[in-house]
Design a protein around this ligand. Sequence first.
Ligand SMILES: NC(=O)c1ccc[n+]([C@@H]2O[C@H](COP(=O)([O-])OP(=O)(O)OC[C@H]3O[C@@H](n4cnc5c(N)ncnc54)[C@H](OP(=O)(O)O)[C@@H]3O)[C@@H](O)[C@H]2O)c1
Length: 330
Amino acid sequence: MNRSAVRFGILGPGHIAEKFVTGLAVVPGAVLQAVASRDGARAGEFAARHGARRAYAGYELLAEDPDVDIVYVATPHAFHCEHALMCLEHGKAVLVEKPFALDASQARRMVEAARRNRVFLMEGMWSRFLPATRKARELVDAGEIGEPRMVSADFSFSRPFDPTSRTLDRALGGGGLLDVGIYPLAFASLFFGAHPIETTSFAHLGPTGVDEHAALLLRYEGDRIASLTCGVQALGPYEAHVLGTRGRISLPAFAKAETVRLCHLDRTTEDFSFPFAATGFEHEIAEVVECLAVGRLEHPEMTLDETVALLEIMDGLRRSWGLAYPGEPG
Ligand SMILES: NC(=O)c1ccc[n+]([C@@H]2O[C@H](COP(=O)([O-])OP(=O)(O)OC[C@H]3O[C@@H](n4cnc5c(N)ncnc54)[C@H](OP(=O)(O)O)[C@@H]3O)[C@@H](O)[C@H]2O)c1
């Protein structure tokens, strides 16, 4: 790309978009060009607060803006496919918040549109790019824990029950698996790959019809196993561990990890610390800027094939629970 800064547009200025732009502000070579909301006043306030150059009432105006290089789709998951497709068909590069889509069939349509339009597309799996996550992978690759045998990871939180909330409303793609289960799945995938040979699970579907808590077991080639939990109505430890024959790696608050602990067989430990300069999103954004600068159409460490494969796993799990979203075959 032949210019000094990558110009970002924000589609859906909600909770996570605030953290994203706070990260963006510290990334060299990235500028906040525009923001679009369904509500013009909300776009204007967000733009003023974060220094965006333009504010739009309506998402399509953002997709049409020739001065936006990449759109960050930050709406609830039920709209990721529709909003990403709109941008891709306008020739925009797109970064889509996690989970990339409701299911693998939506994800395949998005990937097809990106490849046909020859534009960059990535799932915003920001945890993958955190220095702490990279350190964990580096320690495993260096043999520090011997042979990695198991991954155990939890992402479960609880808020007062509100059936209309994004995390519980089936029409908005509610449920723990899509909202937070994607993190332990992506963490296991980082070490064991995205193609388990067997999965089994239990889930509790609550009164809104979505999974409030779930436990997942995945078996991979080489007798490696991942034991994962997720939920939106149960407070979990929010930790991830890689268990090896000679040690263990642990990441507290693993989806937004700033520390890694290496535990040796004799129970002695070494800690590594990577404090964020801003919100942690700066690492993902820097990777996207680099991809656009060198003309990449996808990120080599968060590929579209992996994103689709993770959704295929989630599709299979939801099928076994009898959980379909509006528009999906029941
Ligand atoms: N990476 C992370 O750590 C992280 C954390 C939390 C959430 N997320 C992901 O980010 C996405 C957004 O989550 P959020 O918590 O930021 O959501 P949110 O604040 O509830 O909604 C985000 C924005 O989406 C827009 N929107 C468009 N259609 C909507 C509809 N029918 N109902 C509600 N909002 C609608 C709204 O913006 P306007 O009305 O202004 O257009 C809203 O402000 C989700 O996919 C979630 O999984 C990621």
